[in-house]
Write a protein that binds this ligand. Sequence first.
Ligand code: ADP
Ligand code: MG
Length: 559
Amino acid sequence: MEARQLLQLMIHSVYSNKDVFLRELVSNASDALDKLRLEKLRDDSLDADVADLHIEIDIDDDARTLTVRDNGIGMSYDEVGQLIGTIANSGTAKFLQELREAKDAARAEGLIGQFGVGFYSGFMVADEVTLVTRRAGEALGTRWTSRGEDTYTLEPVPDAPQGTSVTLHLKPADPENQLHDYTSPWKIREIIKRYSDFITWPIRMVPERSGAADESGENDEAPAPETLNSMKALWARSRDEVSDDEYHELYKHIGHDWRDPLETIRLQAEGTFEYQALLFLPAHAPHDLFTRDFKRGVQLYVRRVFIMDDCEALLPPYLRFVKGVVDAADLSLNVSREILQQDRHIEMMRRRLTKKVLSTVKDMMTKDQDRYATFWREFGPVLKEGLVTDAENRDAVLALASFASTHHDSVPTTLQQYVERMKDGQDDIYYLTGESRQSIENSPHMEAFRDRGIEVLLLTDAVDEVWADTVGEYEGKKLRSVAKGQIRLDTEDDDTADGEREKQTEEYAGLLGWMTEQLDEDIKEVRLSSRLTVSPACVVSDAGDLTPALENMYRAMGQ
Ligand code: ADP
Ligand code: MG
């Protein structure tokens, strides 16, 4: 498949509506303005003009072009190559290969999500795209041109203005295929209103200089530009004034996602420390959620002014997938990350926001099982980290958790449900960790439990090695790994069982001693066991021993 086909495939599987190309370009322009404002705030000597930061849309009917321009941070020559010129690079070839091998649609969608096609969505409506940009503080600009094929051109431009302009050479309108006439000011107004109204920078459209006015020969004055967006912060408006669609568009902008969020969470805190929060639970876990450089955190605003992206002080690491905006009334505009980490009010905010997110999931669990199931499938493995790291909310997280179990092939169980099903005389909650459900079910440790019809939780996430030990028990029932320590299953008849075991141990003492000696290097002890019914022997850890995965995890958490 060539790059052009790939591009079409990606774009069409991501966007059902071609109008959204404009949303993507405006979203990038808005990010670029945010970045410039911040950089200038940090470094006053930066040679950039921040007096009138804005986005401008220019239509040229005759040339059939549409230009989105911003006077933001811009890109260096190298950045254009890396960030924009990627369609023809080797990463794309690899991506293409993976996409072809992806068996199911969900996997393909995940891959496309990783790739990020925001900028390239312009090729849905244009057959050629030209980008001219200059990085703030640099003298030389760059021009990039591509027809969406394997190649692009990249050249230095001596006199580029500050920021970035993206010019689309529009395809002929084709309304039957949702390809509208994007030289129509009316259409542009409609799209901006619909998808980008909340953008905090003015989006201006320069009305066309009409040829007719030239008759007088005095039409040198440019017509006044029209601002298309209201710039109203959605989080500052009352709930019934804002539609779900509007919230979703904001999520797509700040979450760099093209899909709707799973849940929108609003919180208004009044009183001495006033703030508003608008948080989103995404519907899909990003691919890099468990990597070291995952950008976590929400956006921080102070009285409608954007202060920082990825503000990690506002939510604990195990809620790092939550996106959104927090707007605090009483913070300093040049507050730093270091200060935020230590601020008492921020600490209070974090606790409140954490509880709010957890209670929202709890609501989902009781009111909308399907949504909860989606949420837990995507984010359960992260949320469970909270069982280890957040003692204060441990019970709340535990109440939200569900686990695969031998009770059902595909429906997970909560601990509550497990406890309700426990057999008479069963005191403990049993679990086994492993690579996959199948490998756990095939483990010899499972035999006795299967025979006796005792339910076992089947835990396959890395974090499962850790939390069960930390949590220890649920409603007075111990959490016990079926692979660790002595497990006594025939509880009704303890005394006889003990007597019997003693007799047998005596009888087999010679054999057990010999085996212990032979295996001395690898094991601590050989004992008789009632846990096996088919396999002759199995290896068991001591109740207190760390598994290798567990050791790694503790190290990663700095303990
Ligand atoms: P995303 O916005 O999710 O990062 P895009 O494909 O929309 O993905 O954009 C890719 C990258 O190109 C952006 O992350 C940004 O670094 C850069 N970029 C795009 N448009 C602009 C712009 N107008 N100004 C500065 N940088 C831009
Ligand atoms: Mg983008």
